[in-house]
Design a protein around this ligand. Sequence first.
Ligand SMILES: Nc1ncnc2c1ncn2[C@@H]1O[C@H](COP(=O)(O)OP(=O)(O)OP(=O)(O)O)[C@@H](O)[C@H]1O
Ligand SMILES: [Mg+2]
Length: 312
Amino acid sequence: MTQIFTLTLSPSLDSATTTAKIYPEGKLRCTTPIFEPGGGGINVARAVVYLGGQANAIFPIGGPTGEHLKELLDREGIHTETLRTQDWTRQNLHVHADNSGEQFRFVMPGARLNEAEFDQLVERVHQIPAGSILVISGSLPPGTAIEKLTYLMQQAQAVGLQCIVDSSGEALKACLDVGGLALVKPNQNELSALIGRPLDNPDDLRTAAQELVQRGAAERVVVSLGPQGALAVDRHHCVQIVPPPVKKMSTVGAGDSMVGAMTLKLAQGADLIDTVRFGVAAGSAATLNLGTRLCSLEDTQRLYNYICKSSQ
Ligand SMILES: Nc1ncnc2c1ncn2[C@@H]1O[C@H](COP(=O)(O)OP(=O)(O)OP(=O)(O)O)[C@@H](O)[C@H]1O
Ligand SMILES: [Mg+2]
């Protein structure tokens, strides 16, 4: 089977805690924090493994927070390839306020990558066997010029990697400008920002996705639509996959679970429709879980079977 690699340029060590109520000045006593790995590509690799596949997560780590992050992934049995950085891996903080049920997410700036450190990551990408899938997901670290990402993408294409991109803003634009991506997964807002116009109705959405395919930016464009599922386009198909109604607990991790599931299907040689059915199932499966938890295989398989049956 095709090998899967993921690249996370701005990983994080996420900590989650609970407090009775959030108010200024006084001490907010919190419960013992629970630590979790964070960062787009890292979560995509975790989702692939939860769904029964194998993935190698490549990411920079620095300082004790970086060591902790790697240890959490080792414990989950995720294969990691890390590169040391001078700057320490960031630590994000999620606080649940018991009185209101609100979730506060404090997100720190990512660790900086100096020139030599970035070059090492590019060098690592260069060593990935041709034909493998490389998922690039998440934000760019502060201080990393967009041209650096363009260069990394060009190198990945030159080696013959099938690139899957889940990003936003300038980084998403830069990857699409390099062109030839195997798959890109913007959500509706990300696609609208990229195209520079509102995408209010299904026709606008389809046209925008088709434009990307026609200009060779990506072979497959999957626009995720939250509870409405996803619209998938390639040169021969245009299809919307709608998940069954589910009892949503938290949508955190839905996008990463979806990308993980689609990556696994593509690695197995599945066609577009089957790939997106499994992706939508995994995204919706992730919403059944509280907090940042990703999809489980059992929920994904159940929703996937339902989607397959209902479209026969
Ligand atoms: N409220 C929901 N109910 C059911 N399924 C959902 C819901 N929200 C998301 N999903 C599922 O997860 C997939 C991805 O969600 P979404 O479109 O919100 O991606 P995203 O904006 O990239 O998410 P993220 O915030 O994780 O980056 C959807 O295609 C859908 O299958
Ligand atoms: Mg997303």
